[in-house]
Design a protein around this ligand. Structure first.
Ligand SMILES: C[S@@+](CC[C@H](N)C(=O)[O-])C[C@H]1O[C@@H](n2cnc3c(N)ncnc32)[C@H](O)[C@@H]1O
Length: 272
């Protein structure tokens, strides 16, 4: 069977991959670059590789996220190794990186910490964009810490990751970023495949999803220098509540930023 025939086959089409998902499968399973995929369309594929792709397609059609099947996810141009014990980094979260990056580019920020780092996506993207900065990260999950350390090593990015319950045991920074769990347990909008495959501790929080955000807002001032900035990702319907909580606690210059779809996604603020 040629690559073109394989991709046209009923067993692959059942997975309903987008063009970019199909390219990802071919590059991860066949080891072919995009150009090679085009040039190899009529090349016969070994039977065991055909079976491997059928297996990926079958699991994918059953709802398992492709990133977990392949063990890989791309974030801000970085190839991250992941598994089902860490959240799959979302393109939406690149908004958090953009907001942090703009602040760093304005000058004066050297010390950055990423809380709730998961696979390390945000911390590693910031370090890749701003190699002159000292970037550290942490997560409550031991497994996430191991994953973030693995990704930092694989990408040759100097970002330490430690295990910590939010700010517990951490020092003082100029900029803190966080994409904490913020989904309410009864949120009807959450995709069933997300709930059944991604780790609950990465997704859900008490108090309508705001409990971790509230703790971060309370604890962050002790871990920021004068004028230090906190950037938080939150649900697109939570911006008003996050701004209210922050303003009531005395945070300054509270501003919400939108993702590429125009939804309120990141709120940044200055230490009270
Ligand atoms: C929404 S995921 C974000 C992962 C990653 N930053 C990303 O954007 O892909 C939230 C992360 O927060 C971590 N987490 C949950 N409770 C925490 C806590 N109390 N302290 C630190 N990390 C926590 C989870 O283990 C998970 O990795």
């Amino acid at each position: 069977m040629t690559l073109a025939e394989l991709l046209r086959s009923e067993r692959v089409r059942l997975a309903k991959w987008t063009h970019s998902e199909q390219q990802l499968v071919c590059s991860e399973v066949l080891g072919l670059s995009l150009t090679q995929q085009i040039l190899s369309a009529e090349t016969p594929i070994a039977d065991h590789v055909v079976e491997q792709i059928f297996d990926v397609a079958q699991r994918s059609a059953a709802g398992e996220p492709l990133a977990y099947i392949l063990g890989v996810s791309y974030f801000d141009g970085l190839r991250l190794t992941i598994d089902s014990q860490v959240l799959i980094p979302r393109p939406d979260t690149e908004t958090l990186v953009e907001v942090a990056s703009a602040l760093i580019s304005d000058g004066g920020i050297q010390l950055i910490h990423d809380l709730c780092t998961g696979s390390g996506a945000v911390a590693l993207a910031i370090k890749a964009r701003h190699p002159q900065c000292t970037v550290t990260s942490s997560d409550l999950s031991d497994h996430a810490v191991r994953c973030a350390v693995h990704n930092a090593t694989a990408l040759q990015l100097d970002v330490e990751c430690t295990q910590a319950d939010l700010f517990e045991g951490l020092s003082v920074f100029q900029l803190v970023t966080a994409n904490p769990p913020y989904i309410a347990h009864d949120d009807p909008e959450v995709d069933a495949d997300v709930v059944s495959h991604e780790p609950a501790m990465a997704l859900f929080a008490e108090n309508s999803g705001l409990s971790l955000i509230e703790r971060i807002l309370t604890d962050a001032p002790a871990h920021l220098v004068d004028g230090g900035v906190l950037c938080l990702e939150h649900g697109h319907r939570q911006a008003h509540d996050v701004r209210k909580l922050a303003i009531d606690m005395g945070w300054q210059s509270v501003q919400t930023h939108q993702d590429l779809a125009g939804r309120d996604r990141v709120t940044r603020m200055q230490r009270p």
